[in-house]
Ligand binder design. Sequence first.
Ligand code: ACM
Length: 518
Amino acid sequence: MVVIGVLGITACTPPKQKITYPPTDLSRAALIPKPLKVVPTHSAFGLDSKTMIYATPTDKGFEQVGQFLAEKIRSRLALDIPVNTTPAADIERIIYIHQTDSLPDDSPEAYQLYIKNDSILLNAKTAAGAFRGIQTLRQLIPEQSNDTLAPQPMWLIPSGKINDAPNFEYRGAMLDVARHFFTVEEVKKYIDILAYYKYNTFHMHLTDDQGWRLEIKSWPKLTEVGAQTEVGGGPGGFYTQEEFKELVAYAAERHMQIIPEVDMPGHTNAACFSYPILNGTGKQVKNYTGTRVGFSTFATRKDTVYAFLDDVIREITALSPGPFFHIGGDESHVTKKQNYIYFVEKVEEIVQRHGKRMIGWNEIAQANIDSSTVAQLWNEPHNALKAAAKGSKVILSPAKKAYLDMQYDSLSKHGLHWAAYIPVDDAYNWDPETYVEGLPRKSILGLEAPLWSETISNSAELEYLAFPRAIGYAELGWTPSEQRDWEDYKGRLAQQLAYLERLNVNFYRTKLVDWEGQ
Ligand code: ACM
């Protein structure tokens, strides 16, 4: 048994390590999002080849969380940690991922971590809660092993107790794969990083004027024709239904739901170009590779449009097990108001008939939406209030604060600035709970950071805009405002450097953060 004491560790810390605090002080660990409660006990658990993982075997989800942790440890530290298998004789420490219904917080994503010298106990009610706890544990594993304490490499995880639960039940990021197409591998990489920061929702903006990105078997021209374009005239692309299912499964392994969006009745040029019968502008439809908005519309009084949408929504809902279907509904500038309202109410019926809850951008509050429908605020607080008054929940994505495609400043290489420049501190320094004056806390489902892709077309460009701001939005969604503080956060953010570099993330190295001095 290796005995770990504070004195031993500080004495053995090699002088070149850039650690400015005792590595055994759990309260100083660079966790993002910041947990609700951390109580350090100033010792450490030694993660090494003599560690095993045991996960409540009666719950398959818990065992999968254990396997997920083992895989991350294997790929990062080259340690092969057994999960729920008969331990070898020399196992000395255990990480126990334990299902229990007795936790102080009601959230299904709540968890507790008890880190001691020889054991780590992770308590959670659900596999989702266990998964969130595992992310905390991953963030506690230091970059360097301490090779002087034991004959084999050992990674010291600071001891203590963490009690944690999310402030908001919905913590999302959106990617626009319509203006530019992103491959399955590019999307997976983004999802994987978001999961590390405890996001639970990935919203895919699958269709727009410039492209239709998901195979619909009953309407094949949507991809044969409508997927072949993108902004700037590139080749476009689309996901087969099998590929989309693969993304849904990949997200589900990370306890994230995928929300598919078909934007309508505006933003529909690609669909109308594929099937001109859907077009309601009265003009001939051409393919479109520019970046204007608001010029297209479905023919909202034609039965064919609703028959089409019934097929599309049926096929997509069969691929996505989550409770939501997003109908867009923004910027339908050439749809008459009464037609817009008629359309939203008809589509809500179709979505509900297929067993899903509707989400739409804030404009949908003009219609008589059902209280189960969710409005996503992007530019009109009055419509968010209107939705809440109808009993609907609201997702906060104010463009001025939460749009990841807004430039950091006038020198930013990618992005736009029609809503604002959003430097990394501004992205963090606002409160979703008070952003819309008069919006009750109980009406707020959560927070989402959309990334529109007019100016980006690959992972490197995506990452430049998304990171590090998306890391801050993770904290805004999880950690209550009383516990958020920019000065404290920016120190923890600087310490994400090693993770971001390890994953080759092309993040924006804002000068507001001392990346090298951590
Ligand atoms: C939007 O930015 N048009 C939702």
